[in-house]
Write a new protein. Structure first.
Length: 184
């Protein structure tokens, strides 16, 4: 039996959201940079965002959470509010860096900060972006379903075949349909 955990994002109530916005440093509230424009960090260091020529959207280096659990934060440091607690193998896209902290975009497009010590740039991982996904024993929709997982369940990606992603969990390999996971 597989025990897969996932962490849901907790939506902020309107009062909590208002308080968070009032307390947020100005650099967190600034509009995103224009396509190809450099970003400025609170320390004044400028770091350019990569731009995908196909989509015209900011892209970043894929990172995978390597710790069993990691806190994503509202700013670059441990004093900032935790915005989301994620499990191992959660994919994130790097969009900026300040010292030992990395600004990342998640599966929903939300921005957070994470300590660089908690992520790996060499692993490949995916998370379920659909509300539910069947994990199958073979790469086709007629294959037996091993189990079903909910949104934000993350896995290490170990391969791909056609429209199917080969994933690994606790030494077992299995398959999930590519349209159900992020990043593709």
């Amino acid at each position: 039996m597989y025990m897969l955990g996932w962490i849901r994002k907790a939506p902020l109530g309107s009062l909590a959201l208002a308080a968070a916005l009032l307390a947020a440093p100005a650099f967190l509230l600034a509009a995103p940079p224009a396509q190809g424009q450099a970003t400025a960090t609170p320390t004044g260091k400028s770091q350019a965002l990569g731009v995908s020529p196909e989509q015209g959207q900011p892209q970043g280096k894929q990172l995978c959470v390597k710790a069993m659990r990691a806190n994503l934060r509202a700013g670059p440091g441990p004093k900032y509010r935790v915005t989301w607690e994620v499990n191992r193998h959660m994919p994130l896209l790097q969009v900026a860096k300040e010292g030992e902290w990395t600004k990342v975009r998640d599966v929903d497009g939300d921005l957070h900060w994470i300590s660089e010590k908690l992520v790996s740039g060499t692993e490949d991982c995916v998370t379920v972006k659909a509300e539910k996904a069947n994990i199958r024993k073979a790469p086709n929709s007629k294959a037996d379903t091993w189990f079903t997982v909910e949104k934000y369940t993350s896995f290490r990606r170990v391969g791909q075949k056609d429209n199917w992603v080969k994933i690994e969990y606790e030494g077992e390999t299995m398959w999930v349909a590519q349209p159900l996971v992020w990043p593709t």
